[in-house]
Ligand binder design. Structure first.
Ligand SMILES: NC(=O)c1ccc[n+]([C@@H]2O[C@H](COP(=O)([O-])OP(=O)(O)OC[C@H]3O[C@@H](n4cnc5c(N)ncnc54)[C@H](OP(=O)(O)O)[C@@H]3O)[C@@H](O)[C@H]2O)c1
Length: 223
């Protein structure tokens, strides 16, 4: 099969041939559509993550989306190294059906940062409705999702901090009509529910927007 193959940690991946994965117990074959290109994927691909195994050659990535043999679209993960999702096919350790209306490229991109944001708010911070949430790095993918999630989880105030004012300006302000009808500890008639952006109080360094976060498997003949 064709895949993005890393055979040296000093070089980037190249589009090359790789042996097909052999499906083991509890695994299922997925015809890949897209793979998540998250910070952890970059770190693992360059050998700079504590989970890096150093096995070469390897196919990078940790998760993706694609089709099962019966045609169902799924999100998948649990691919055993040296295999990864940036290939035509992957033997997935787990799959989840995609909800109606969510395209496969977006799904591959948002699950990892979305779960990261979700766990930070619901588990680590154990957010209660009405509380104030400060999101650092709010201009990144996880940060932007965390801002939106905090609103939906009933935060009283969401403060988004980042260095890229243009992206901060794009973050949605709270829309009271869309807020969950959960009781708030403070006066519900007061406008305590608002998104606030901060930052850019000092000269802004040039900042590139967060990169596209899904890698799409090239189709035969697409170059
Ligand atoms: N544990 C988990 O399950 C999990 C899951 C997802 C993510 N994460 C971690 O969460 C972090 C964010 O992930 P992401 O997907 O949101 O990445 P991302 O889209 O690349 O966002 C990175 C954020 O960090 C900011 N940033 C980067 N370098 C900075 C610097 N030198 N000074 C100030 N701000 C800086 C970026 O600001 P600009 O927009 O201005 O560049 C952006 O807001 C990463 O460390 C990732 O590994 C963990």
């Amino acid at each position: 099969m064709k895949a993005a193959v890393i055979d040296s940690l000093e070089r980037g991946p190249r589009f090359a041939d790789f042996t097909d994965p052999v499906v083991g117990d509890g695994e299922i074959l997925v015809e890949v559509t897209a793979a998540g290109l998250h910070p952890i994927v970059r770190m693992l691909a360059s050998g700079g993550h504590y989970g890096s195994q150093g096995t070469l050659p390897m196919i990078p990535g940790i998760d993706g989306t694609g089709q099962l043999p019966d045609g169902r679209a799924v999100y998948f993960g649990g691919v055993r190294p040296p295999y990864g999702p940036m290939a035509q096919r992957a033997a997935a350790g787990f799959v989840l059906p995609l909800p109606e209306g969510l395209d496969e490229v977006t799904a591959a991109a948002i699950v990892n940062p979305g779960v990261g944001a979700w766990l930070a708010l619901t588990r680590r911070a154990a957010l209660h409705p009405g509380e104030t949430v400060l999101v650092l790095g709010a201009t990144g993918v996880s940060g932007r999702i965390a801002v939106a999630l905090a609103e939906r989880l009933g935060a009283g105030r969401v403060i988004a901090a980042g260095r890229n004012q243009a992206v901060l300006d794009q973050l949605p302000a709270a829309a009271p009509a869309t807020r969950p009808p959960w009781p708030r500890p403070r006066d519900r008639t007061a406008s305590t529910s608002s998104s606030t952006t901060c930052g850019a109080r000092r000269p802004r360094r040039p900042s590139r927007p967060s990169p596209a976060v899904a890698w799409r498997m090239p189709r035969p003949g697409s170059g």
